[in-house]
Every structure is written in structure tokens, then in C-alpha cells.
Design a protein around this ligand. Sequence first.
Ligand SMILES: [Zn+2]
Length: 243
Amino acid sequence: MTEDEFNQIQSLFKSRRSKENLYSLGVKSSVNKLLVCGVCGKGLTIQKNNKVLKGNRDGSFYQIRPCRHEIAEDVKYYNAGSKITFIEKAVIEELKKHKVQLQQDLISLLEADTSGVEEKLSSQLESLKADLAKKERKAKRLLNLYLDEELTKQEYQEMKKETEETISALKSEIDLLEHKLNSLDVSVQIEKVNEVIDLIDNFEEMDLEEQNATLKLLIKHIVYTRTDETDNQPLLEIHWREL
Ligand SMILES: [Zn+2]
């Protein structure tokens, strides 16, 4: 999961608290644009089945449009459709299983002991910062020496250039160490996992658009197959995003 996606999750949290701000995007299902055909690999679409019940009652529902794909002449594969509510329920079950996995991840994150490495990096960082402060003081002193005419212009410029190069090298080394320290910080990862668990806990109370946006954050795609090989039962294979 990228930083951007993580920020999206957080804004989703905020939008959940002010639902009136969400306008309808006309999403037909929480799994909109996430389904991929398990036979040919193409994206699957959702269509309305305008079923009319006895007495002219509206029995329409959304379904996965069956995928007919000709692999070669006379070799036709067929992936059957399914009622979308059935798929949505199955995805909710998968979310619940995913949550159990995330809770296990959380336990290992909480147990992870990185204190030794952290200490070493911190002391390196401290000494680099002290070096940097020293060089910055030196750079200031150089200017005074030049103004007091204790250095020639050429000497001043050479020493200034050298000091500036050292300063910029020190700064990039400090950046690198800070980045290393941050990625060691399990608390950031723990926060992400907790937010995702919270999203899953609240999933069923969200509206369709929000559910769809949430699934897109958590899932790359869902491979759907319903053929003779699956005994004509819909089979879902969820590809989760890395956190
Ligand atoms: Zn297909």
C-alpha cells in the first residue's frame, strides 16, 4: 500500500463521518470494476437482469454478465454469470477471514523487537547531526574570516565550496538514516493495520460507493470462475493489496 492509498483510507474515514458529503457515483455494486474473468482474464461487467415476476412485479437484479470467450475456432470457453448479491455476501465473508489474518499480523508486529537496530541507527544519526552543526558553524566562520580579510577571496571560495559539499553529503546521509529509522517504526505499520481492521468492521454499514472505494483500496482484483470445472459454483479468488 502506498502512502497515497493510505491517505485515501484516512479520508474515507472522515467521509464516513459526514456521509452527506458523498454524492452518488451510480455504482451498481461494491465489487464494481474489481471482477476479473477466471477463464480469459478480462474484466467482467455487471448488468441488470430485468426479470419480471408473476403479476407484473419487478424482479430485476444485478448480475455478473456471463463471459463467452473464443480461444480458437470451435473452442469456446464460457464463464457463467451470478447474482451480484451472492458475490457481495461471499466477499464480506472473505473480508472477515482477512481480518483474522490481519489480527495475527498485528500480534507479530507488536512482538517485533527492533530496539537494538534502532539504538544503533539513532546514535549514528546523533553523531552525524553534531558533525553537520560543526560544519555549519565553520561555514559561518569562513565568511567572517574573509570579511576580516584573513582569507583571500580565492581561499575563501575554495574553502566555502569544500564545506558546502561536506554539508550536503552529511545532509543526504542524515536523510537516509532518518528514512531507515522510520521504516523500522512498527507503530506506523500497526496504525495502518488497525485502520484497515476498522474499515472491515464498519464495511456493512457503509453505502455502496464507500464499500466499493474500500474494496478497491484493499483488493487488487477478484478472479471469478463459474464453469463445469467448478461444478457450476461461483468461485472467488481475492488478490489482496500489500499493506
Ligand atoms: Zn472470460
